[in-house]
Design a protein around this ligand. Sequence first.
Ligand code: EPZ
Length: 418
Amino acid sequence: MSEMLIRGGKKLRGEVQVSGSKNAVLPILAASLLTNERILIKRVPDLEDVRTMLEILSSLNIETTFENGQIEIKAHSTCKNSVPYHLIRKMRASFNILGPLSVIHNEAGVPLPGGCSIGPRPVDLHLMGLNKLGFENRIEHGVVFTQRKEKPRSVTVDLPFPSVGATEQILSAAVKLTGTTTVINNAAKEPEIGQLIDFLTQMGARIRGKDTSTLMIEGVEELHGIEFEVIPDRMEAGTYMLAGLITNSAITVNGYISEHNQALTQELLKINAPIQINDDRVTTKERQETLKGTYIRADIYPYFPTDMQPQMTTLLTLSEGRSIVNDRVFPERNSHAEELRRLGAHAYARNQNIIIKGQKELQGAPVFATDLRCAAALILAGLAAKGETVVQEVDHIFRGYDRIVEKLRGLNADVALR
Ligand code: EPZ
């Protein structure tokens, strides 16, 4: 694992271009199995998680090409019907391959994904949904096997929690259950779900209720090949915006879709963060006054996104007064608080809250990243801290931030990998 050396306390300047959305492209890659025709996906970020998904498709004997930010896929029904554990372990979102595989083959097998540092990551809602669709599933030696036991029928799936992954899984399995109507109640409605719905609809799927909690899917016989462009990554965009704010710099982030980032924008305006949104970009300005403390509730969309919670926690350590951060999606997502304290921050995890008392400055120190967004939070802290910060096990960041060293250097940051 490499580490990132950051010489912080510098002003940033210039512009940064946001890449395509990791959490949009991953379920789209899984759903590309649903046609034998050519699929071309554009604005694909070059990330470890994307390359893991391509490894999984390759393990199924599905060839793909990935050049110049574009992925071409041509699946076929003679692909394999099971995936090796080591690939699922690398990236739990690959579990979303189960639904499409179960549609292509009467029996499919995908290993259970593990948990991770942000908390238990169960898949019970995925399995409940597939079961309701008529894909009976059992777990043997850590592998989930599905079997199509009966003729697909019209069903209603009531999700007790609007799980993003379970919504994507059920959606991707229901679209080709010919002659059926599937209703998903309490579906997730994150922008990445909307992207998957757009992708499937362009392929010929019949889906109603986009951006609402109730989706209605009429199964069709065939889906056809398309060319599709992925939206910019709202978490990457938000992270760079916070880089500008935490270093009190004037930078511009190109690819900030404000309708996807309303909760983040609102919370930043509430703490007097000097941001200016024009079309699809956001500009931060140098400020004369410190940011105010606040209460952040991270929750399902359209609340403040959990994937921006660690980065916002970091910004608040340099605000004025007290703040509380409560993550209702991943209550254990607080490993960054411990590490921020090493940089002089007053941030403490207490009973599923992170309690923050704003400081004037942070001091550089070695810190340890436990996962993707923790790494992002610690890099932001290092950019602001006086002196040198070394983010150890920084490789997590490459799962979700395309060319981050190049982009940070393009903003005048003093960063290096070693
Ligand atoms: C997706 O994960 C994202 N990952 C996560 O982003 C994001 O944090 C999360 O949605 C919430 O928005 C991708 O899209 C690849 P969930 P997912 O199913 O699908 C419980 C990042 O940093 N749950 O909505 O796993 C679960 O325990 C990553 O980019 C069940 O109980 O999220 C959790 O508390 C991290 N049973 C909550 O739902 C299930 O079957 C949220 O999970 C499934 C989930």
